[in-house]
Design a protein around this ligand. Structure first.
Ligand code: BGC
Length: 346
């Protein structure tokens, strides 16, 4: 068939604390009602009387309360006010940070969940080599910090990973450092970035984005998304639910994983023309179609930027559409996952 192209979190202010003169400390211990102990009261206190409180964006750690209490009053108030403003703005615009970890690049941007679009230009940083969890954690933390004023200060972050992920645990690492095997990625990033994290497979995230906001919007049956990049990602969705653990990139072809033969990286590595490479993609899609009868196949990955150079050569039984969100589908899907895909282990 001819291919057709389709077209709050809130911060947790610590208990407001009066300025730390001896007098005030005494008052706080003897007359606790004059302090502002609840988060609600603290919030009210900040815009009207900022100098009377010393709030902080994070909960004080035990034993560190004294140190935090002696922070300069003006600076703390200013920071908290801007934190609150960014929280309000983020909630009002439904902004959630999405991060897409790939074999060659790590990209991130705040996502407008209502529109299903990036709310800001994304940033991209080369995936560190070796791509250990620790090295990737530094990059992910940089991205979180880069967008800290555009998303809720303690808001959830969605993050993709290019391998099998179940409930935040990364089980495979075909194109990543082996240190990711059996890693609790949710917990790891939470510790590194001090934000709640939801890590899901990159193609699962991409199909989630495309069924909600992209080329497969409104598709009621089985939707298969295939992403062509460093590897071949496969995401499957049915009636709005994207399922984990679909790994069609690892079908055996030519004595190897199909992604070695037909991923976009194979075209680069072997310097193939788009036409030659598409012959491989056709052979691969024939194998896939022997196993599964989706209603539509959505094509994704960076190579869709050149869709007109290869999509017209595709020969498939199934209607094919190009990802509307292009290479941003992973980022958008990650942000969606952060608010909709519960980790059953928590
Ligand atoms: C991984 C998949 C991933 C794909 C694209 C494959 O090597 O096994 O889980 O979706 O690459 O990144």
């Amino acid at each position: 068939m001819a291919a057709r192209k389709a077209g709050p979190a809130t911060s947790t202010p610590k208990k407001a604390v009066p300025t730390k003169t001896k007098k005030a400390k005494k008052a706080a211990s003897t007359k606790p009602k004059k302090t502002v102990p609840s988060a609600t009261k603290a919030k009210k206190a900040v815009p009207t009387k900022p100098k009377k409180t010393v709030p902080s964006a994070t909960k004080p750690k035990r034993g560190r309360v004294e140190a935090e209490q002696v922070a300069p009053v003006k600076a703390e108030s200013k920071r908290t006010t801007s934190t609150r403003i960014s929280n309000i703005r983020a909630a009002a615009n439904h902004l959630v940070l999405g991060i897409d970890i790939g074999g060659s690049g790590i990209k991130g941007a705040p996502v407008d969940l209502h529109e299903g679009r990036l709310a800001n230009d994304r940033i991209r940083i080369d995936t560190p080599q070796p791509s250990t969890p620790e090295a990737c954690g530094v990059v992910v933390n940089d991205i979180v910090r880069h967008f800290s004023t555009m998303t809720a200060a303690n808001g959830p972050v969605g993050c993709t990973y290019p391998g099998v992920v179940w409930d935040g645990i990364t089980h495979t690492a075909a194109n990543m450092d082996q240190g990711w095997l059996e890693r609790d990625a949710d917990a790891f990033f939470e510790e590194a970035c001090k934000r709640p994290f939801t890590v899901i497979n990159d193609a699962q995230a991409a199909v989630l984005a495309e069924i909600r906001h992209g080329a497969a919007r409104g598709a009621e049956g089985l939707v298969l998304m295939l992403t062509f990049g460093t590897g071949i990602g496969s995401g499957l969705a049915y009636r709005g639910v994207a399922v984990p653990g679909i790994e069609f990139g690892h079908l055996r072809m030519e004595g190897n994983d199909a992604e070695r033969f037909a991923a976009a990286s194979a075209r680069d590595r072997e310097n193939l023309s788009f036409k030659k490479w598409t012959e491989r993609v056709n052979a691969y899609l024939a194998r896939v179609e022997a196993m599964i009868w989706p209603e539509v196949i959505v094509l994704g990955g960076g190579v869709v930027n050149d869709a007109q150079r290869w999509v017209p050569y595709l020969k498939t039984r199934t209607p094919v559409v190009v990802a509307e969100l292009g290479n941003d589908a992973g980022i958008v899907g990650a942000a969606i996952a952060a608010t909709t895909q519960p980790n059953r282990k928590r």
